[in-house]
Design a binder for this molecule. Structure first.
Ligand SMILES: [Zn+2]
Length: 962
């Protein structure tokens, strides 16, 4: 069995676990991510497998962070059944269509009020999608064993969290695994305690409150105190609440307080959630699953006035206190409660009462942390009302309650995975389980996969003690080079004779990496510790205190050929295969890489060596095949800021029916790469299955190539070329062509800009490069055409990811002010590709390209590609700007592209995506003194000042002559 964490790892939302058995693949829970934007964005990226390949979905309970992704799953191709308890099904019938409606309303509201950066804002899914998803449900009784898919039996056990909530036990030939789902509490006023479990081979346990203990104060007393304080001020108590579970607990408590005379019987209480009212009815229908009597259930329904219509909901905002309003959503991420917050948060007489867990990044969490204002519908709303929290009303077990529930295990699970918690909570629970029970516990990361087969108990796996050390993450960024730190007096250094700069092989759970060793003095590390740089940590997928085995790596035989080349020998095909293989495997140290790059530098590689280097680089990684006769690609030999033609060219070419699966790189030395720019407009970080889906649907994609593992040796070489600032013709050719061949291209258009400060500075150099590209491409049967272009000045207005993206959008949308040069260059390239693809006769490509752009067909295609990749988004805008004016009158005679790019980088690009530079003039412009030259954009005042100082120190970057 293999388990992959597709959600609820490092966060409390997005619960999704993929369990791959011998014969079938199951998805356990199917929740939405909520909270931080970067989490919510995950809802828009595809799961790492075709949805048709999932055989069954099992839900632990109905909360949206466990069920809310289902409508999307079914819409996008899932065809299996959804198993859960009867009550969970009935709750989903209420919650999922509401979630779809909410998505639609928010998108519609955003479009109407234009506050979203996404134009148009689109719903993640619709009510209709949700209704379709409900058709796939097949409810099961608690405790009853069933077979969700071949090779698995399943059982749902009461978890006590909310109505219908279950933990899930799965059995297969490889063992059993228990998913706790959300665990309820031992003493909940409504739900019964979670089922005690005695055995499971593997356990996935939640940790929402893994670092907290609920207060011992009676929650009714706390609730009574907050409400009493507020009604004495004549204020309004606004309580954001989940419709399921919390709302009923609140109604129960308020009803009892009124009955006991502790709150006025006349105090108006509004339940502004028709959904919560429906849910309350469900509690009556599932009488045996909770502690409430029939009379108590009936009383729940009478405690509050139900607010049904939107009009009545709005009318509440005009009412005066005292009153209590309970409304969703529970973390104030959406729903009717945010309109009440907008209306009531500004008045100190009012109270906002938080009664459930508030995930990081939500408005609820901001309020709990004492935020002075919160952002609602794009504007800031001041918070002057009293903000109070009652943790003890939570439906989740706290750390102590989880540990008590675990005490029922009569045998240690082979491995425990702590999920569904913020990082601090998950790690605190891990430590407590390890300390109290001595079990093997880990906190998985998002998308991490673990093998559940035959992972032996901890005691057996220990290798020879003299060679193992405990791992420690030092947190040193060595860029991509794996570095190991050891104490010089540590037992392994002594027995193996390792010293600083030694190459050491580290092995852990079947993974290994060769690292460069540096020795340190005692205070930094213990005698039995091995410190790792970030790159080594990532490569090993390590966890703190795991035991790692150290050994001597195999001798680096391929380096002999590099030495030979230094002294005048040539590389053979075998030499280059071996060297590139070792380079891609990370076996060359920084020093050895530098030597390899040096012997390939300048024009030291012959045609044959360049061909063999290209071949070796293609062979070092993955190769894509498209099963289409003609697959187009384009490339620009860098060095020209703002030359972002690719998205426009791809849209035009694909709109004419040709196939162009474009993978691009991120910036290495420039202020923006095509992937950085595209990322401002749509998700680009696609895995191979998603990429294929996009290309099958749209004939094109605009993705980042990094995840495809195309020509991985190239990525390693680029990392050393960058600090050395070398140009190597042979390697440049191999680098360009190996990526395109590996990406499956059959015909390639290469643009070579030429200019005094471009990468190619003379026509002669450009022609030589073009010639070499042709010769090498020919050896691989790749059709190639080369376009030489003007490299004297930047293209478009923007330099930097977001600013360039705005230029691209303007051209595609045919805005009146769209940069004409970017448009012309894009049309010219697209025209050539249309001719290469046989869509236009020689000389007619440009006209067809123009027609495709001007008719809107290219923009429509671009939107469709963005949509397929996860949805169009609007580029961010920088907060800090500074304008630069012409210091004298005259003609703009020269632009130093390199230094201009440097200004954009100093302003923060591409790391700060909104940062960069907007150029307002082009070569030959007749300027008056004081006329606008360029505007700097930055995301922080420090970066703005830094870039501005550099610009002021180099006034000749834009050369103005009388
Ligand atoms: Zn829940």
């Amino acid at each position: 069995m293999k388990l992959q964490f597709l959600g609820a790892a490092g966060t409390v939302t997005g619960s999704k676990y993929l369990l791959r058995g011998e014969h079938a693949q199951l998805l356990v829970d199917c929740g939405l991510f909520q909270g931080y934007k970067q989490l919510r964005l995950r809802n828009w990226s595809a799961l790492p497998l075709p949805l048709r390949e999932i055989d069954a979905v099992l839900l632990t309970h109905a909360h949206i962070d466990h069920s809310g992704y289902l409508p999307l799953l079914v819409r996008d191709g899932y065809r299996g059944r959804v198993y859960c308890t009867q009550a969970t099904y009935e709750l989903c019938r209420i919650l999922l269509p509401d979630s779809g409606r909410l998505q639609e309303e928010e998108a519609e509201y955003a479009n109407r009020h234009r506050y979203s950066r996404h134009k148009p804002a689109l719903p993640l899914y619709t009510e209709a999608d949700a209704l379709k998803a409900l058709e796939r449900f097949e409810p099961q009784d608690f405790e009853h064993e069933f077979t969700p898919a071949r090779g698995f039996t399943a059982q749902l056990l009461p978890a006590g969290h909310i109505l219908g909530a279950a933990m899930l036990r799965l059995h297969s030939a490889q063992g059993s695994i228990l998913f706790s789902g959300d665990l309820g509490r031992a003493q909940d006023p409504i739900m019964r305690p979670p089922t005690p479990v005695a055995q499971a081979d593997y356990l996935v346990v939640e940790s929402t409150y893994g670092n907290r203990h609920h207060e011992t104060e009676n929650p009714q007393d706390a609730l009574c105190a907050v409400i009493t304080r507020c009604i004495e001020r004549g204020g309004v108590v606004v309580i954001p609440s989940f419709a399921v579970g919390r709302a009923q607990a609140l109604l129960l408590a308020i009803g009892e307080l009124k009955a006991a005379g502790r709150l006025p019987l006349t105090l108006p209480v509004y339940l502004n959630s028709p959904m919560a009212a429906d849910v309350t009815t469900l509690y009556r229908q599932h009488q045996t699953e909770h502690r409430l009597s029939e009379a108590q259930c009936a009383a729940l329904g009478r405690t509050a006035q139900i607010v049904n219509t939107v009009e009545d909901s709005k009318a509440l905002n005009r009412r005066k206190g005292p009153m209590v309003i309970i409304a969703g959503s529970g973390m104030a991420t959406g729903g009717r409660v945010i309109h009440h917050l907008k209306a009531f948060a500004g008045d100190p007489a009012n109270s906002i009462l938080l009664v459930g867990f508030q995930a990081a990044g939500t408005r609820g969490a901001a309020l709990a942390e004492g935020a002075q204002s919160i952002k609602i519908h794009g504007e800031y709303v001041a918070v002057r009302a009293e903000v109070a929290s009652i943790g003890n009303l939570s439906a989740h077990a706290d750390a102590g309650e989880i540990l008590n529930w675990l005490s029922h295990f009569t045998q240690a699970p082979q491995q425990v995975f702590v999920t569904h918690g913020e990082p601090a909570a998950a790690d605190a629970l891990r430590q407590q389980i390890e300390a109290r029970y001595g079990w093997r516990v880990s906190v998985p990361e998002h998308l991490q996969s673990v093998n559940l087969e035959g992972s032996a108990p901890a005691s057996e796996a220990a290798p020879r003690p003299s060679q193992t050390l405990r791992l420690h993450r030092i947190g040193i960024d060595t860029y991509q080079e794996p570095v190991l730190f050891l104490r010089s007096d540590c037992p392994v250094c002594r027995s193996e004779g390792f010293e600083s700069q030694s190459r050491v092989k580290l092995s852990l759970d079947g993974r290994s990496v060769v690292a460069t060793l540096y020795t340190v003095n005692p205070p930094l590390l213990g005698e039995t510790q091995a410190g790792l740089s970030e790159a080594a940590w990532r490569a090993l997928d390590a966890h703190e205190d795991q035991e790692v085995t150290l050994s001597h790596p195999d001798p680096l035989e391929s380096f002999a050929a590099v030495r030979g080349k230094v002294f005048g020998a040539s590389f053979s095909a075998e030499d280059l295969q071996a060297a590139v293989h070792d380079i891609a495997a990370g076996r060359y140290s920084g020093l050895e890489l530098a030597a390899f790059v040096t012997v390939c530098g300048g024009q030291r590689l012959s045609l044959n060596e360049t061909i063999e280097l290209t071949r070796a680089m293609v062979d070092s990684g993955q190769r894509l095949h498209w099963q289409r006769e003609l697959v187009l690609d384009k490339h620009c030999v860098g060095g020209l800021p703002g030359n972002r033609t690719t998205p426009i060219v791809v849209a035009i070419v694909a709109a004419c029916g040709l196939t162009i699966p474009k993978t691009s790189s991120r910036a290495i030395t420039s202020p923006a790469g095509t992937a950085d720019t595209m990322e401002m407009l749509a998700p680009v970080d696609l895995d191979l299955p998603s990429l294929r889906r996009v290309v099958e649907r749209e004939n094109a994609c605009l993705a980042w190539g990094g995840a495809m593992n195309l020509s991985p040796a190239d990525d390693v070489l680029i990392r050393v070329e960058r600090p050395l600032d070398f140009d190597s013709e042979g390697q440049l050719v191999a680098s360009i062509l190996s990526k395109k061949i590996a990406a499956g291209a059959t015909a390639l258009l290469v643009e070579v800009p030429v200019g005094p400060t471009a990468k190619l500075r003379s026509d002669e150099a450009a022609q030589t490069l073009g010639q070499r590209l042709r010769e090498v491409a020919q050896a691989f049967g790749l059709r190639i055409e080369i376009v030489y272009s003007d490299g004297n000045q930047p293209v478009g207005r923007g330099i930097g990811p977001a600013l360039e993206a705005l230029d691209v959008l303007a051209v595609l949308r045919r805005d009146a002010g769209a940069p004409a040069d970017l448009r012309q260059r894009s049309l010219r390239l697209a025209g050539r590709l249309l001719e290469m693809g046989g869509r236009a006769a020689g000389g007619n490509g440009l006209a067809l390209a123009e027609q495709t752009l001007d008719s809107g067909a290219a923009y429509a295609k671009f939107l469709a590609i963005c949509e397929a990749q996860g949805g169009l988004r609007e580029p961010p805008v920088a907060s800090y700007r500074q304008i630069f004016k012409a210091p004298r009158s005259g003609v703009l005679r020269g632009i130093d592209n390199r230094r201009l790019a440097r200004i954009a980088k100093l302003a923060g690009a591409p790391r700060s995506p909104a940062a960069g530079l907007e150029l307002h003039q082009h070569l030959g412009a007749q300027l008056q003194r004081g006329q606008l030259l360029f505007t700097l954009h930055a995301e922080s005042p420090g970066e703005l000042a830094y870039a501005a100082a550099y610009a002021q120190a180099h006034p000749d970057i834009l050369l103005i002559e009388a």
